[in-house]
Ligand binder design. Structure first.
Ligand SMILES: [Cu+2]
Length: 168
């Protein structure tokens, strides 16, 4: 465990991407949540340089529960649905992004404020625990490239607001 802690400390020094075994996690971010939202969504990219793996879940202290979600198209409406795992193909890339797969923080203990950071531990079937710091970006942010303050006020997309949680 001590060795692992040192590894994490080094990873923190150099910020992202975080490496674990053959997995490279980058571009992680969380969207700021409106004060009353109670839930938030996180996104990231996983590049797999090795054999197939699966993301089985995640842990974070910011919310009561953390689920893996995907979006399914139901007529003209996209709905979120919890999934048991997200496949990470061998030598492939998986993108958790707005409108697709994402990490859902349910039962936030406090609103996700733009500029804060959320510590998340990803749980992979083979690679095990991978810690990642997810910066909180604007409500409608599409990725870390859109830094706080760069977007025009009110330009963002509505994010998760109008979507329905099929399983909650
Ligand atoms: Cu969701």
């Amino acid at each position: 465990m001590k060795f692992k802690s040192v590894l994490f400390a080094v990873a923190a020094l150099f910020a992202l991407p975080a490496w674990a075994a053959d997995l490279e996690v980058s571009g992680a971010f969380v969207r700021a949540s409106p004060a009353m939202a109670g839930a938030g969504a996180g996104f990231l990219s996983i590049v797999n340089h090795g054999a197939a793996d699966r993301l089985l879940g995640a842990e974070a202290s910011v919310s009561k529960a953390v689920e893996l979600h995907t979006h399914i198209k139901d007529g003209d409406v996209y709905r979120m649905r919890a999934v048991e795992a997200i496949a990470v193909p061998a030598h492939g890339t998986v993108q958790l992004k707005p409108g697709g797969d994402h990490i859902m923080f349910i039962g936030l203990s406090e609103p996700l404020k733009e500029g804060a950071k959320v510590a998340v531990t990803l749980k992979f079937e083979k690679a095990g625990a991978v810690k990642v710091e997810m910066p909180v970006l604007g409500v409608g942010a599409m990725g870390p490239a859109m830094m706080p303050g760069q977007g025009m006020p009110g330009q963002g997309m509505p994010g998760h607001g109008p979507m329905e949680h099929g399983k909650h």
